[in-house]
Design a protein around this ligand. Structure first.
Ligand code: ADP
Length: 435
């Protein structure tokens, strides 16, 4: 238990110390001399322990105080207690600081603490990556010297941080960052930067998508509206014109219908986030069904089919998606092939991979278009009223269907000679037996 320093106890101790000197002095008739000797001894005694205290505080490495009798023991213990409490507080503070730093590293955002003059006080690892900060070399450097965009410097110097600011990462990796600055602990500022690249990309995609759909719908609606206005005006159309009007309107409605169906198919595929590989899809049966279904169109164009389909080669996955991928590729080959030409369809095992390929002798695709073919609404020929009636959605459906099977659409094409669209399914999803 801690004893408290008490003036009363100190006075009593001094009196008890001096008592023998007073008694001896009184008996020997030298009271004042004895008292002076007693006081001098007391001073020497105290000086000795004062010196020990001094050595312990400034020179000794141990926190344990030296042993001492009397009042000095109280003083040493008091100092020792205070030291222990300070030490424990320091330990708690350092644990707290460590936890704060760990928490600041764990958040998925970049964090910086700035001093009142805008100089960098602290930063987490993500901020060092996003802003190319060298730590601790850049400590105390003003933030406007680290992020040198004039727009940011203006924003920072203005001091109005109610709105966030979006910047491209100064490291040159095209990352879009949204910065928020908040006053923190009186004079300091807390800067939080979030990577919004993906978010902005999605926003742009959504805007493009709406613009594309509106644009695609505008042409058929304008055509139909034109004919309907003519009919409404009671104009007597000659039978040939009437026939053309009905044919055109039918063509446009079919195109819109196709587009809506393809958009629904795409959104269904996107909604299915979980891959399911529990069903074995007999691709030869699926391909034969597709070929039977497309028979009339091929007959109309006098297309000849060259088939090389391996019967027992199956895939673990989704029948609907594989059917959709193959259907779109074969339909395109028919659509873009000249009349009377041959289309080659291959489904075979190639070094453990199941390979599907469709080759046509169509017009071919210029190389600069090939990387963009699977983008939604992307079409090589810009005229949207072209006779093909295409929507530019077919290959994006193929891309999605293949992604589900961990595969990618590949295209080889030679202008004037034809194109080859193919994909490979990896061995773990391939089955070569029937049972
Ligand atoms: P579309 O409905 O327009 O055919 P797709 O997404 O299926 O849409 O195809 C995108 C574009 O790729 C087409 O507009 C066409 O220009 C081109 N394309 C696709 N397949 C072929 C092919 N076999 N031969 C030549 N061009 C093709």
């Amino acid at each position: 238990m801690e004893r408290h320093y008490s003036l009363y106890r100190l006075a009593i101790r001094l009196l008890l110390w001096l008592l023998p000197f007073v008694l001896v002095g009184w008996l020997l008739d030298g009271l004042w001399l004895a008292l002076a000797i007693g006081l001098a001894c007391s001073v020497a005694w105290n000086f000795f322990f004062f010196q020990r205290l001094n050595r312990w505080l400034w020179q000794s490495r141990t926190t344990l105080p030296p042993s001492a009798p009397g009042a000095w023991s109280d003083i040493y213990d008091g100092i020792y207690g205070t030291l222990r409490r300070a030490q424990s507080k320091r330990r708690q503070l350092s644990i707290l600081l460590q936890r704060f730093r760990q928490a600041a590293e764990a958040i998925p955002d970049a964090g910086m603490v700035l001093n009142a003059d805008g100089s960098l006080e602290w930063t987490n690892k993500l901020a060092q990556i996003y802003f190319g900060i060298r730590w601790p070399a850049d400590k105390n450097i003003r933030i406007t010297n680290l992020i040198r965009y004039p727009r940011f410097i203006k924003y920072f110097d203005k001091g109005d941080f109610r709105e966030a600011i979006t910047l491209v990462s100064p490291t040159g990796d095209q990352r879009e960052l949204e910065l928020r600055i908040m006053p923190y602990s009186g004079t300091q500022l807390l800067v939080i930067a979030r990577d919004v690249t993906q978010l902005r990309k999605l926003e742009r995609m959504r805007k493009d998508f709406v613009a594309n759909v509106s644009h695609e719908l505008k042409t058929p609606l304008t055509v139909m509206n034109g004919y309907l206005e003519m009919l409404e005006d009671g104009e007597h159309l000659p039978p040939q014109m009437m026939e053309k009007a009905v044919r055109d309107m039918q063509g446009q409605t079919q195109r819109m219908q196709k587009m809506v169906n393809q958009l629904l198919e795409l959104s269904r595929m996107e909604a299915q986030t979980q891959d399911n590989f529990s069903k074995r899809v007999a691709m030869s049966r699926v391909l034969n069904d597709i070929i039977t279904e497309l028979g009339p169109v091929m007959q109309e164009k006098r297309i000849h089919l060259d088939l090389a389909i391996t019967p027992d080669l199956s895939v673990w996955g989704s029948e609907d998606k594989l059917r959709s991928a193959a259907m779109n590729l074969i339909t395109n080959a028919i659509k873009y092939s000249p009349e009377g030409s041959t289309i080659k369809v291959i489904w075979q095992l190639n070094r453990g991979y199941a390979e599907f390929a469709v080759s046509d002798s169509g017009p071919g695709i210029p190389a600069e278009h090939i990387p963009r073919l699977t983008e939604r609404f992307y079409r090589v020929e810009k005229d949207r009223n072209s006779s093909s009636g295409g929507t530019g959605l077919g290959l994006s459906i193929v891309k999605h269907a293949l992604e589900h099977h961990r595969s990618k659409l590949q295209v080889e094409s030679t202008i004037g000679a034809g194109s080859r669209f193919y994909f490979r399914i990896s061995p773990e999803l391939v089955s070569t037996t029937t049972n």
